[in-house]
Design a protein around this ligand. Sequence first.
Ligand code: NOJ
Length: 588
Amino acid sequence: MHQATAGRPTHNSADRPEGWWKSSVVYQIYPRSFADSNGDGIGDIPGITAKVGYLHRLGIDVVWLSPVYRSPMDDNGYDISDYQDVDPLFGTIAELDELIAELHSRGMKLVMDLVVNHTSDEHPWFIESRDAASPKRNWYWWLPPRDGFEPGGEGAEPTNWGSAFSGSAWKLDEASGEYFLHMFSPKQPDLNWENPDVRHAVYEMMNWWVDRGVDGFRMDVINLISKPTWIGDGPVGPDTKYSSCFAAIENGHRLNEFLAEMNAAVGLSERRLITVGEMPGSTIESARAVTDPANRELDMVFTFEHVGLDARPGGSKFDLHPLTLPALKQNLNAWQVGLADVGWNSLYWDNHDQPRAVSRFGDDSPEHRINSAKTLATVQHMHRGTPYVYQGEELGMTNTYFTHVDQYQDIESVNYHADAISLGLEAETVMAGLAAKSRDNARTPMQWDDSLQAGFTDGIPWLPVNPNYVTINAAAAEADPNSVFHHFRRLIELRRTHPVLVEGRFKLLLPDHEQIWAVTRTLGDQVLVMVANCSSEPTMMPLAAVPDLAEAQILLATHGPATLERLEPWESRIYLLDSGNDLAQPAP
Ligand code: NOJ
């Protein structure tokens, strides 16, 4: 039974002025790893509520909660068996209401994760759908074996699609002799969005949450909901027998139609909710269509292009490939240019699926960790779009560097390891791929203080804490005015005091420079100039290529007073050029 919302305060769109999410900063919480209030080693909702003051001090506007719904936890909650209840591991729906009230009382908002490309195989819809005669049969994708094959025979799957978590994307259901589609784990069957009953059930559930007081949705792999009309084999690479189901499905032909329908049915635009669609494989063109306000679909999307640059083209994400600064900044620039007039960008380095930003794009050695974490934050916030901060990023938390495969818990990492070894890859290469890219890097417990288990739990944490918690932790960071935490706080504050950071036109300078990331943001008479040395070696700024900074005011810097031209390793500065004078003109 789902608890009704009658008699409870309903949505508060009055607190959500038009376009409010553009000036906001979103903080992502992965509940399992954030704060444990009851000593079972797993973070929970009361744990989050107790930390709202911390989030408020950081200055963030919106909290995005990764899933807390009822789930068998095959993929840590991205496999939902009841969309309208909280899993007992995380607490109760009443505790979630308390969290919403606590956030709202401080002027903050809550975004729920909406996982509707698939459900859990333990969701009542799927349980019913297993019966071939049930009216819910076509709520999911059921197909017979390939022509001429017996169910369960080698190669009998309807297509050669591989799932994102290794193996075939089809699983046989013995009882009916048919296969169901699962782009992720076999416990995450894909919903059939062609069926209007599915869509309306989802919209009804979303409305229930909005009436309960949530302020928006982050939509999990939303560009996979529209499947192709033709379901057939795709091309297969040299190292696998499967084709990419993503390549077959991304951005299906009815995506825009479904999103517009959802927007109207839930009143996403009308109630001024914040919406961000996770869209692996999205292109600038598809993102423009989805985020063009005239189309009334979503506010912004998470693109994956920049987090794919350190993987070998055509290989898996664990297939490491050197990343160059020009490639990274030119990619972000293309998105800035592409969404300059229409739509809006989301800005992220980190989330629960990505390794830690400071270890990946920065330098997590003791010498450079702090400045590289600060500089990455500066670069992120100086782009035009809504910044997303992932828990612990504001502390410069690092990758975990597990050395043994048994330490990994994430389904993707565990399956990849087994698969890669069985295909004959060197164990060392596989472990190096995991060390760099495993999702568990982002999932080690939040480091609150230097007490046992980093103050995350009184029990045994579900994933080991990173031993560096003794020095890298929130208590130490809040006490140190020069910490990464305070750098983030100042950046967030700058967004409030300088609207140019929100709306200002973006321009990339020095696109080919191997060390320096330099940009300008311009709004009316105000120009912000960012110069950032994104390397662990000092460098000299080519002064002719940036605006004249001699008279400019420094708004935020990683280092103390310095000469204009020389940039120390990972040194970055944001300058403000005064209103209406010639200094504001970038050099040609
Ligand atoms: C994307 C989510 O971010 C990820 O954590 C999850 O495993 C897949 N979608 C499947 O829901």
